[in-house]
Design a protein around this ligand. Sequence first.
Ligand SMILES: NC(=O)C1=CN([C@@H]2O[C@H](COP(=O)(O)OP(=O)(O)OC[C@H]3O[C@@H](n4cnc5c(N)ncnc54)[C@H](OP(=O)(O)O)[C@@H]3O)[C@@H](O)[C@H]2O)[C@H](O)CC1
Ligand code: K
Length: 500
Amino acid sequence: MKIINSKQIKEWDQLTIKHQNISSWDLMERAVLKLTENIVNDIPSKAPIIIFCGKGNNGGDGLGVARELEKLGYKTLIYILKSENYSEDNLKNQQLLSSNELHFFNLNEELQLPENSVIIDAIFGIGINQPLDDDWNSIFNQIEKSNPTQIISIDLPSGFIADLPMQKYFPCCKSNKTYTFQVPKLGLLFPENQIYTDEFILLDIGLEQNVSNEFETDYYFIQKNDIQKFLKKISKFSHKGTFGHTLIIGGSLGKIGSIVLTAKAALKTGSGLVTTYTPQCGLNILQTNLIESMSLVDDSEKQIEYFPEIKIYQGVAVGMGMGQHPTTDANFINWIKNQKQPLVIDADALNCLAKQKDCFTLIPQDSVLTPHPKELQRLIGEWENDFEKLEKVKKLAVFHQLTFIIKGFYTAVITSDGKTYFNSTGNWGMATAGSGDTLSGIIASLIGQGYNSSEASILGVYLHGLAGDFAVKKIHPHSLIASNISDFISEAYFYLDSNF
Ligand SMILES: NC(=O)C1=CN([C@@H]2O[C@H](COP(=O)(O)OP(=O)(O)OC[C@H]3O[C@@H](n4cnc5c(N)ncnc54)[C@H](OP(=O)(O)O)[C@@H]3O)[C@@H](O)[C@H]2O)[C@H](O)CC1
Ligand SMILES: [K+]
């Protein structure tokens, strides 16, 4: 699914109206019905409901929801911004409510807000492209101080600018949940913006799919149907050679577990063969814990000192648990600069590269880098905000023909053609030791199975998150450990095979 900007969404609105031969009112009514259908499930039956409405169409949505909730027997208190220029559909919605239900407010007003209410925030949506005036803080503070049980935003938390970096001092209504229409808004996917809404839920309001080609973008939100489009069909004549031979290089004394996790993930993802390359201390652990894998060992007991020949392997991951012994570091650099085939580069291999000047020139083209935030910072330096971080990484990805995976709640895959794919699967339980090792194993396995680096990264990140989502149906997120993720990769594949 494409992620487009606010201006493009407005154009999409207009094209939908034209192509589907409907009015803007009809479109708003669709939005209102979808919102109401969802919001009723959020509201405890007796909770007071306060709906804050602005003067544009976001306010129109809020007024429409108020009308629908009243039809269902809910009592609502409606506050609407006093204005001279309401949008047409906003006014029409006002007229459908009896005038004594509407409380018009000014920004400097003290409002009478009941405590413990559910607040629906429909003041601003995608219609703002610059920060709200500071005067708005008074209204947002009053909302917060009224101790609401929850705040539900329509389309965006009011004051949130979807396509530009938010600054902490911009006035904004912070909400628990945002129902956003049709497509995620870019800013909602950035970790630094999590303070504005705990979660967003997509509502499909039937914007015309046939015109979506018109909108150019470098950003995508990856869901099941996107993945299904490029999943390889398996031939009945397949044999273990078809599914590739994956090599996992890493481990050091006390950190062999990371290689067990990576290798297990590669096997569970479908590699025909998996071989590990560790220091000698890894041999017994691997042969005992993962009998399906084969082990090669370095001459050294505690850390890798010589790096292997990799030509016979179709997928290679390097760096997990590798440590940063000076000999390992030096030999890794000598080794990597002579490699030609794509690698999945993780953990200490990234830390080692970060110590080199112009480190990206040492990495074979089409490699995949999987840094967590600290590793990324070591590689690319500081960034002002998540927009800048993405831009920096994008430039490096294109210039050096690499794929970067920026891990986070919505993990982003930045490919060598400058596109960014945000992942939609995963949960907080997956923020656990070894989760990243598992991801590297999945991606190396997929490269081994013949996916290119971008496909393997997008699919790998999605599968990893999906396996985690299946895992937390059986295991509490607190108790989820990395090896559980691999145990549920099979469920993730079953889900992708299915058509529901
Ligand atoms: N396709 C869809 O997604 C649909 C969306 N719908 C809803 O409509 C809103 C967008 O409505 P719009 O009227 O364009 O915009 P807003 O309601 O968000 O806000 C517009 C008003 O805000 C004023 N404004 C703009 N910038 C500022 C600012 N910095 N400070 C204060 N006020 C600002 C603006 O006033 P002007 O006088 O400046 O014009 C507008 O009055 C979308 O988010 C959805 O909720 C449809 O319901 C269905 C289809
Ligand atoms: K809103």
